[in-house]
Design a protein around this ligand. Structure first.
Ligand SMILES: NC(=O)c1ccc[n+]([C@@H]2O[C@H](COP(=O)([O-])OP(=O)(O)OC[C@H]3O[C@@H](n4cnc5c(N)ncnc54)[C@H](O)[C@@H]3O)[C@@H](O)[C@H]2O)c1
Length: 405
């Protein structure tokens, strides 16, 4: 296969980024784009043409696109509640889907991804770019080398001031407004949880067993709206239900715990709040520091800057991209790598680095955390989406250069 033929569904900020980034890759062409809004179809088609000289065919209906186009893969960057049905339709049409990140609204949604994959054999990839960040990859490498000893606890989260993005959802035709107006749980778990899941071998020797979640009151969004918008603005006429901070604890079959935070409604700097802790060491993202028994020698239990460890422990995936100016492709290079991983899995007919089982388990966190919050923190059980293969070692692993397993 010389160049893979890619479609992109959902052409907001993220879909535009995917379409133009993918059009710039040597081994891919963006042949079709789709959105519910004609103006977005037109502008993204033009942007793709500007990058590669060829204009993709535009669609307003993804089913029509799947029927008419001979696609090898489709990137889905729509609103959270529409990814699953589009991904399932793609698999049933023989097209490999790669989905932007989101959380599920029901457990049945998670199973539908697994079933579509198992019934069709069409590979599906969850596009969690943070799994391919330099820090996250180096940590995975260090964990695999045993530098933390036996890992007992991880922390992660999505801590990002999104007051403007959420409250201006109506003006921007953005889905977050509606989700924050009606839901209460960790609606965006995977930027932090994806990398920690690979470190903890989730679905391959380990699994999530249960989750308990609590939410604070909601004040940030309504306070922001009151200060910044007129009385008749939509954000001043809704009581957002989403607690400002949602905190969850996941218990894993291997005995580890994961503390997960969703914190997007208040004034604060960006963080994914990472912490990896094992018997022989600890890494803390916000402190930018690490303390490892094997490296500290006579100095004992003192923090060292993590930046000093990166060159030494860079993951082979990161090293592969040495020399490519990754910064210009977004999010410090991880966007380029995750898209390259998807394209590579199609070209080489590989099992993807983040597969249907990871997709189902990671996005189940959202609906289970909503249920737990609604029940005052009562633990909720994760289904075993691998039907036991996490235990007997038969869950398929990622293949090729981008493998995270
Ligand atoms: N990985 C990252 O770093 C990152 C960053 C930003 C957004 N995202 C994810 O990307 C996705 C899109 O985010 P966004 O900010 O671009 O959202 P957006 O609301 O700006 O764009 C979503 C687009 O999808 C379209 N859409 C919705 N339903 C559709 C359907 N059935 N058929 C065709 N088009 C449809 C909408 O019309 C809209 O144009 C989300 O899942 C989000 O979580 C990921």
């Amino acid at each position: 296969m010389e160049k893979v033929r890619i479609g992109v569904v959902g052409l907001g900020g993220r879909g535009n980024h995917h379409a133009t980034l993918t059009a710039a890759l040597d081994k891919a062409e963006v042949v079709a784009v789709c959105d519910l809004y004609q103006d977005r179809v037109d502008s993204v088609s033009q942007n793709v043409e500007n990058v590669c000289g060829k204009r993709p065919t535009g669609y307003l209906d993804y089913k029509e696109m799947f029927e008419k186009e001979d696609l090898d893969g489709v990137i889905i960057a729509t609103s959270w509640t529409t990814h699953t049905r589009i991904a399932v339709a793609a698999m049933r049409a023989g097209i490999r889907p790669a989905s932007e990140v989101y959380g599920a609204s029901s457990i049945e949604e998670c199973w539908s991804i697994v079933r579509a994959y198992e019934e069709t054999g069409v590979e599906a990839m969850f596009l969690e770019n943070c799994n391919f960040g330099r820090e996250e990859l180096a940590l995975l490498n260090m964990a695999r080398m045993g530098l933390f000893g036996e890992i007992v606890h991880c922390q992660c989260g999505y801590e990002h001031c999104l007051r403007g993005e959420v409250t201006m959802g109506n003006e921007n035709r953005h889905y977050r407004f509606n989700n924050y107006a009606h839901r209460n749980g960790d609606v965006y778990p995977t930027h932090g949880l994806g990398p920690m899941s690979k470190i903890l071998n989730i679905n391959r020797g380990n699994r999530f067993v249960s989750i308990t979640s609590m939410a604070t009151k909601q004040v940030g969004l309504n306070a922001f709206a009151k200060k910044n918008f007129a009385e008749d603005h939509p954000a001043n006429n809704v009581n957002f239900t989403m607690g400002d901070i949602v905190t969850s604890i996941i218990k894993c079959a291997g005995g580890e715990t994961i503390l997960l935070t969703h914190d997007t409604s208040n004034f604060r700097p960006y963080s994914r709040a990472g912490r990896v802790q094992g018997t022989n060491g600890i890494w803390l993202e916000d402190k930018g520091s690490i303390c490892l028994e094997s490296e500290n020698g006579a100095e004992g239990e003192v923090w060292k800057p993590f930046s000093e460890f990166m060159d030494k422990y860079d993951h082979p995936i990161w090293k592969k991209f040495n020399g490519i100016c990754l910064e210009k492709y977004g999010h410090g290079g991880m966007d380029y790598i995750v898209n390259s991983a998807f394209i590579d899995s199609i070209i080489n007919n590989n099992h993807p680095a983040i597969d249907a089982y990871d997709w189902a388990a990671w996005m189940a966190v959202t609906v289970l955390s909503e249920q737990s919050v609604a029940l005052g923190g009562m633990p909720q059980l994760f289904p075993d989406f691998t039907n036991g293969s996490w235990l007997d070692g038969t869950t398929p692993k990622g293949e090729g250069d981008y493998c995270l397993d």
